[in-house]
Design a protein around this ligand. Structure first.
Ligand code: XIL
Length: 512
């Protein structure tokens, strides 16, 4: 999609109600979104108000004041990886850096993500280790910090590159055995390093009475699709893992290292995919965010700040998206410094905010469940002044002296034609789908809409967002919620729903 078309598709909406009830991690919080409320001035405060954490990857030599000022969650960029802290028999060593980070987080009121227990890379002395040794390490690491670590990445990057949907073949995944050869590792008789590592981690957490949550983390899993609309098979494979092992898994990290790779771009279905995982009951985190400042190869829009907005918005609009972590403070100190993907320039404790920083702060301050584009592109909330239809324009033959500007014939609003139209786009996987419905106003503004469509037999809606719903199979009706009923002429808003079964051939009918 070209950027002018994207702009034309911007959505118009009215302000949020002054109090929004939110469900965050099982707890109900009341968010004040009164326009009068002063905006927060740090990322962590704005995120906290919206009910999520905003974190940073950190190292012990970069614990500058900004870390505790701007962020309320910390991930060890390297200091809790096996190559740093594991011995070959699963014991611990060199935990000084990790301890420094955990202490710093604690004294600054920050949550800690432990990163990471089982990973093919930076495996150090564990490279090639057996499941038994991995299990020993998992126990030692979890118990060392206990509840001081809120989230542990138990398994990192289990799946292959290039959107194959397969698991990696290198260690530790070479320990997997697909006993019946059906291509997955979920059956009795199969062995699965992912499952076994989570079972062990779950045992340790339970035995210690810990509240630590157990996550699986990966990249190129963010969208339902990848560039060109191809289904994101890697994401689908991750989804199957979480679905199958849901009893052991509390949280999913989408790394969100967005760049020009066709499988690593920001797609419009990011929010729907976050929602899909959230609907399994897990928390979702954007766990390692950086966004290449030159995403020229795809259709995601111009600037880095706009892309950050879009990504933060996708998380904010899903209640169980409970945290965002950027993978470093400044571009120059990033693992991918050439992509300039972070929120600050500068270095060594002296940092300057980028446009991307201001965009993120602003988006966080707007709170959850907003369908509108950023304020700078929001059309006026009052109906545009009516202009006379061309056929009623004053006759051009009228002498200027007798036709002062005030004599323009009084305007009568043109009749509202059909009111609205709707289109549906579908992302499907075996046994399920997410539908995104775009509601477009006709040549007049609308103030409320409903969309009716008929699902094929066997398909059932399990949940919907940005719309009220009646019915879950057969003919189902959706209507606007408080914040997206008003759509100005020619503009659109979107809602979505998820379901089981196959949903093909649905024809949405819109009524305003
Ligand atoms: C990176 C660190 O940022 C670098 O300093 C290190 O040299 C390599 O690892 N996915 C992950 C992170 O899960 O652990 C990686 O961190 C980035 C990609």
């Amino acid at each position: 999609m070209d950027s002018s078309l994207r702009r034309r598709r911007k959505v118009f909406s009215v302000a949020l109600p002054t109090a929004v009830l939110m469900l965050v991690g099982g707890a109900v919080a009341v968010q004040s979104s009164s326009p009068a409320a002063a905006a927060e001035t740090t990322l962590r405060a704005a995120a906290a108000r919206a009910g999520l954490f905003f974190g940073v990857a950190a190292s012990p030599n970069r614990l500058y004041p900004i870390v505790g000022q701007e962020f309320n969650q910390l991930t060890a960029e390297n200091d809790m990886k096996p190559d740093r802290i594991a011995t070959s028999n699963g014991g611990l060593q060199n935990t000084g850096g990790a301890d420094t980070l955990v202490n710093h987080a604690q004294s600054n009121g920050m949550l800690v993500r432990g990163h990471t227990l089982v990973w093919h890379s930076q495996a150090g002395a564990l490279q090639g280790a057996s499941q038994a040794t991995l299990n020993t390490f998992i126990g030692n690491a979890i118990n060392r910090w206990g509840n001081r670590i809120a989230y542990w990445d138990v398994v990192n990057e289990a799946l292959e590159d290039n959107n194959t949907g397969r698991r990696r073949t290198q260690w530790p995944h070479s320990m997997n055995r697909d006993a019946n050869g059906d291509g997955d590792f979920f059956d009795a008789g199969d062995t699965d390093v992912i499952r076994d590592s989570f079972i062990r981690a779950r045992q340790v957490v339970q035995a210690g009475g810990l509240t630590t949550k157990l996550c699986i983390n990966d990249y190129d899993v963010e969208g339902l699709t990848v560039q060109g609309g191809t289904p994101n098979r890697k994401s689908n494979a991750l989804y199957e893992i979480v679905r199958n092992y849901r009893q052991y898994i509390d949280c999913v990290g989408f790394q969100a290292h967005f760049n020009d790779n066709p499988n690593s771009i920001i797609t419009d279905d990011l929010q729907a995919n976050i929602q899909r995982f959230a609907d399994l009951g897990v928390e979702v985190h954007l766990s390692e965010v950086d966004i290449d400042d030159d995403l020229s190869n795809n259709d995601i829009g111009a600037g880095q700040a706009e892309n950050y907005r879009k990504v933060v918005r996708a998380c904010l609009n899903v209640a169980k998206c409970t945290g965002i972590t950027v993978w470093g403070i400044s571009d120059s100190e990033s693992w991918r410094s050439s992509e300039r993907g972070l929120l600050f320039t500068g270095g060594n404790g002296n940092y300057q905010k980028k446009a991307a920083y201001h965009a993120v702060l602003d988006e966080l301050n707007r709170g959850r469940n907003v369908v509108t584009p950023p304020p700078t592109t929001v059309p006026p909330t009052t109906a545009p002044p009516t202009t006379p239809p061309p056929t009623t324009a004053p006759p051009t033959t009228a002498p200027p002296t007798t036709a002062p500007p005030t004599t323009v014939p009084p305007t009568t609003p043109p009749p509202n034609p059909s009111g609205c139209s709707a289109t549906v786009s579908l992302n499907s996987w075996p046994g399920g789908f997410v539908a995104t419905v775009r509601v477009t106003a006709g040549s007049s503004p609308i103030n409320g809409w409903s969309v009716q469509l008929t699902l094929p037999s066997g398909a059932t809606v399990t949940n919907a967002w940005n719309a009220n719903r009646s019915g879950n199979s057969g003919t189902v009706r959706f209507s606007n919620v408080s914040y997206n009923g008003a759509v100005s002429a020619g503009q659109s808003t979107e809602f979505g729903f998820q379901g089981t079964g196959a949903a093909t051939g649905m024809t949405p009918v819109c009524t305003a």
